[in-house]
Write a protein that binds this ligand. Structure first.
Ligand SMILES: *[C@@H]1O[C@H](CO)[C@@H](O)[C@H](O)[C@H]1NC(C)=O
Ligand SMILES: *[C@@H]1O[C@H](CO)[C@@H](O)[C@H](O)[C@H]1NC(C)=O
Ligand SMILES: *[C@@H]1O[C@H](CO)[C@@H](O)[C@H](O)[C@H]1NC(C)=O
Ligand SMILES: *[C@@H]1O[C@H](CO)[C@@H](O)[C@H](O)[C@H]1NC(C)=O
Length: 316
């Protein structure tokens, strides 16, 4: 766990949100605002509120279909405050097999996404899935992933993305990329939260492998939003630890991740919760509290075929 401090060599603007270095000299804020399932209107309002509160990082995706709303919010914030684009961090993701994607290459899809966002570049562009969703399955192969990776490598050489990475990738799928890459994936964004600290490789998308290969492990659903439980918000473990620090259960659940150097993207439209979700850096969980949270086995990974399987490792 102390390794965390090695990563903390920089910090983002405004609120001094600590960062993790995801590629040589590139510092990613440890907390960003999530925007999954929000339409343009809601995403725009959420991003505007988060930026006003002091967030410096935003997470979106072509497949969220909310880039236009987010782009407007960013543009108006920059104009209003005189903040430079370079002081913000934008993560996006591209995938095929979804409405609007046609059969565009990942490179061309990223350009379309940048146009929606009214941005010249993103800080991090991810391949959203290791496969192409169809009506009945998700079709993947080594060749599919390798072609997509080569396509987004061009984003870096053309300065459309500062860094590139993947999402929902398991060890075997990352290895497909390692075979052809000239640029290494900076980050793998997968589901991770309290309850998964002791989980096996098929829950965590093989966290040990990701860490061991120098790819930053990034978390989505840090409060287990789609898991159908509020256990990480008001459950007994996080609440009791929170009481000792005058913090909420959700703050404890999020802190367990950032104290390990894992970047998170909690999602909320509520400004009070937005504030709480970045109020994570002037206090520390004790080693014993970290251990209790790591040993928790609930809630398990959600959304996969079973409580011990995210579904990602089963993709061909
Ligand atoms: C966007 O989502 C909100 C909340 O679900 C809804 O009230 C609104 O009608 C939606 N806007 C559009 C244009 O679909
Ligand atoms: C896919 O690409 C081919 C040519 O490369 C084009 O003729 C076809 O219309 C495209 N299909 C879609 C759905 O965009
Ligand atoms: C506890 O936290 C709340 C909310 O951040 C704050 O208003 C209050 O002053 C804190 N109380 C103590 C004793 O620090
Ligand atoms: C993980 O999933 C893969 C693919 O479904 C399977 O072959 C493997 O046995 C699983 N490993 C464990 C430890 O469950």
């Amino acid at each position: 766990m102390n390794l965390f401090y090695v990563f903390l060599v920089g910090s983002a603007a405004a609120l001094n949100i600590p960062t993790v270095e995801i590629a040589p000299g590139v510092q990613m804020p440890l907390v960003g605002i999530g925007t999954w399932q929000y339409n343009d209107t809601v995403a725009g309002a959420v991003v505007a509120s988060a930026l006003d509160i002091g967030y410096t990082a935003i997470d979106t995706a072509f497949g969220y279909n909310n880039g236009v709303g987010i782009g407007k919010a960013i543009k108006s914030y920059l104009a209003k405050t005189g903040t430079q684009r370079s002081e913000l961090w934008i993560t996006s993701k591209v995938m095929t097999g979804i409405p609007g994607a046609g059969n565009l290459s990942m490179y061309d899809l990223a350009l379309q996404n940048l146009e929606d966002l009214q941005l010249d570049y993103v800080d991090l562009m991810l391949l959203h899935f290791p496969c192409k969703p169809t009506a009945t399955s998700c079709d993947g192969s080594a060749a599919f992933r390798q072609e997509q990776w080569k396509s987004i490598e061009r984003l870096v050489t053309d300065k459309k993305a500062r860094t590139i990475g993947v999402s929902h990738y398991c060890a075997r799928q990352l290895q497909d990329i390692f075979k052809v890459m000239t640029i290494k994936p900076a980050l793998n964004q997968v589901q991770y939260h309290v309850g998964m600290g002791m989980a096996g490789v098929n829950s965590t998308d093989d966290k040990k492998f990701v860490d061991a290969n120098g790819v930053v492990y990034g978390s989505f659903s840090p409060l287990c939003g789609p898991c159908g439980t509020k256990e990480l918000i008001d459950g007994p473990l996080v609440t009791s630890i929170g009481n000792a620090h005058n913090k909420t259960g959700a703050q404890v659940a999020l802190k367990w991740q950032v104290q390990q150097g894992i970047p998170i993207i909690p999602k909320t439209h509520n400004p009070v919760h937005q504030k709480e979700n970045i109020d994570l850096f002037d206090w520390e969980l004790t080693a014993d509290e970290m251990k209790q949270l790591t040993l928790a086995t609930s809630p398990p990974v959600g959304g996969g075929p079973s409580a011990t399987d995210s579904g990602d490792c089963g993709i061909p």
